[in-house]
Structure formats: C-alpha cells, structure tokens
Design a protein around this ligand. Structure first.
Ligand code: PAF
Length: 288
C-alpha cells in the first residue's frame, strides 16, 4: 500500500489505474479505524479493482465547542489495518493540503433542508463541512464507487443528494452498521464512555428496536412514540438531542401511508455524542 499526503500524488496513481481500465473504489474516513470501517472497506473492495482510503480529520465539520482537537488520531495503526484489508492507496493530507486558503474558505457545498434538521439542528455547519470535504475528496480521488456507513444515515442522505444535484459521476453505496455484541453501534467516539456510560449506551439500540416493533406492528402515533422513547432515555441518564421517526428517502416527517421509514436517535452520555438508527418497513396502519 502506498501512503501519500498530496493531491498530486493521488491524481497520479489514480490516473495510471484508469489508463489501465481499472475501477476505483473509495472509503473516506477520519481515521481511528475499527471493525465498522473495515466492513466498509471490505464492501468497497467488491466494487473495484483498486481501493483508496482517506484519513483526514476535517476541521470544517466540527463546531467551535466540539472534539476536533481531542478526536482520536491513530495513523500508524490505521495504515496497518488498511494494508491488511488490501488497500492500494492511503491518502493522508494535512489541513493546508485540503484547505489551501484556510481559514478563509469561500466555496462551500450546502444541501439545504437536509443539512439543518436532526443532527444539523444541534451541530450547525456540520453537514456543510461534510458535504464540502466529501465533494473535494471526490474531485481529488475521482472514484467510480464510494462507500459510507449507514450508521451516519443523515450524512449518507446528504451525500446521496449532493451527488445527484451536482451530477457527480460516483455511485454511492451504503454499508450496514456494525454493532458490538450488546447492540451498541461501533464508533470512534465510544471510547469517550466510562464503564457506567458504556453499560447504558446499548439502550439507544434497544429504544430503536422498540420503535421498529411498534411501527412494524401497525403503530402510527410517531409523536407519542418519540416522546416516550426520549423520556425513557432521559430517565436513564442520556441527554437526548432527538429521537425521531422519518421517511427513509428524504428524512422528512412521515405520513400515515409512508412505508419506508427510519428511526433515528442522537444523545449525549458524558463527553460522547452517540448516534444510531434503524430502518423500518411499516406494517399496515392499526385501526384500533
Ligand atoms: O463519516 C466520516 O468519517 C466523515 O464525516 C467523512 C465522511 C470522512 C467526512 O469527513
């Protein structure tokens, strides 16, 4: 595996592969890789002969009081994991390479509507930072396929919409969420949890499963379901940003006859802000 830090070096490698008729699959990451990332990488490798991963903790997607400075950075370990997973090229730029005119970043990619709801309400500017860096990475790597985890369901929805609106020639593939044995979705931020918080954290998944069961059974009182789940999580010690049932396609409020839904949750436990979601195929509405 080659490790490069410049845009020019990525372009040179990828151009040579393209000239040889090879397809390029890409997984953008912020590093500190875990089994969840490796599952994205294994999926990506099925979609191309060449595989690129980026490691870049993107300052533009962190708010002023968020964990940019403390976000876990483990580049040596990440490189070993990527090489073992069969990665051809690891792109590890620094901030000056990605944002040459920082802090004056004039050009930004916005996906209004999708970017300001749910997590966007609690993390202003976050999805603008994600969409901007992903657009830049797509422009640098020019992949045929890019893989993103379904755990970040809103991020995946924003990126799909950006790709469609900007007519970007890249196919977006969603990869299923990887979970610990007790159901907690894998995340680099789980390491912020102390032992007591780690014991509580799987309740997020349990509440999502409960919502899925109710809606699959024909329940349609989404507001009641959301406030009951929020109250139970708050009583258990979570600071809940939201627990929401939305249409899976566009994250808008569901109507009673929408069948493809998603339940999403974001909540804080100590220093960790945890997110998770579960897709739902709603059963016929209960009439009683
Ligand atoms: O999901 C992430 O790790 C990041 O948001 C991404 C997509 C790599 C953009 O910085």
């Amino acid at each position: 595996m080659d490790i490069v830090t410049t845009i020019a070096a990525v372009r040179e490698r990828v151009a040579a592969w393209r000239a040889a008729g090879e397809q390029v699959a890409f997984v953008p990451t912020m590093g500190n890789l875990h089994a969840g990332h490796i599952s994205l990488i294994e999926l990506a490798r099925r979609h191309g002969q060449r595989f690129v991963a980026s490691i870049f903790v993107n300052p533009m997607q962190f708010g002023p009081n968020e964990d940019f400075n403390h976000y876990p950075r483990t580049p040596g370990r990440d490189a070993g994991m990527l090489a073992e997973a069969g990665c051809d090229l690891m792109f590890q730029p620094d901030v000056a390479e990605m944002y040459p005119s920082a802090p004056d970043i004039a050009t930004r990619v916005e996906v209004p509507g999708l970017s300001t709801i749910l997590c966007g309400e609690f993390r202003p500017g976050h999805f603008e930072g994600v969409a901007t860096v992903v657009a830049k990475l797509f422009n640098i790597v020019q992949p045929d396929v890019a893989v993103f985890g379904e755990k970040d369901f809103q991020q995946l929805t924003v990126i799909r919409r950006m790709v469609a609106d900007l007519c970007l020639p890249v196919r977006i593939v969603g990869a299923p969420t990887m979970r610990e044995a007790d159901g907690l979705a894998m995340s680099s931020r789980n390491q912020y949890l102390d032992a007591t918080q780690r014991g509580l954290a799987p309740r997020l998944y349990a509440e999502l499963q409960r919502a899925v069961a109710v809606i699959e059974g024909g329940g349609r009182d989404f507001a009641a379901l959301e406030s009951a789940a929020t109250a139970r999580l708050a009583a258990a010690g979570f600071q809940v940003d939201y627990f929401a049932v939305r249409r899976a396609a566009d994250l808008q409020l569901p109507q009673a006859d929408d069948a493809e839904l998603v339940a999403l949750v974001a909540a804080r436990l100590g220093r960790a802000r945890l997110i998770d979601n579960l897709r739902i195929v709603a059963g016929p509405p209960r009439t009683t």
